[in-house]
Design a protein around this ligand. Sequence first.
Ligand code: HEM
Length: 148
Amino acid sequence: MPYLKAVIKETLRLHPPIPILVPQESTKDVQVMGYDIAAETLVITNAWTIGRDPVSWDEPEEFKLERFLNNSADFREHNFELIPFGAGRRACPSIQFAAVVNELAVANLVHEFDFALSDGVEFNASEAPGFSVRKMFPLLVIASPHTC
Ligand code: HEM
């Protein structure tokens, strides 16, 4: 289970499904991490860039699930470097549910099938731009029933 959770965290770090979070407006003058934000400022948070910030992440462009194996970083706590579900009062109310459903889906798929790339297909994780992320190039894989 720790391995599966780490795979999902690392995937959501590199590929947050909503890369630019829902815009929010500040209700009063505030200071956040030394930045002054005036009342009624439209605040747009780039979760995609935060997830790849070299200040927070070692080798940020690399898929390294090990970074989450001995690390308690969680989507719900104050780990503001990992915010695929947003953070604070307007964060996704479904964090817990979505995380479990993701784990269930991935666990069942890898339990039941072996996956291989189709002949001549190279894995490419590029994303197409948009409000929600989708793959730039479809991933064609051959799924065969897992035998053991
Ligand atoms: C992997 C799956 C999901 C991801 C990555 C995700 C991500 C997000 C993000 C980034 C936001 C905006 C947070 C912000 O701007 O600060 C959001 C809001 C929201 N999400 Fe999700 N979500 C997921 C699944 C779901 C599911 C399954 C539901 C419902 C069953 C759901 C319901 C909502 C609702 C109602 C809001 C609006 C919350 C508000 O404005 O107060 N999400 N989600």
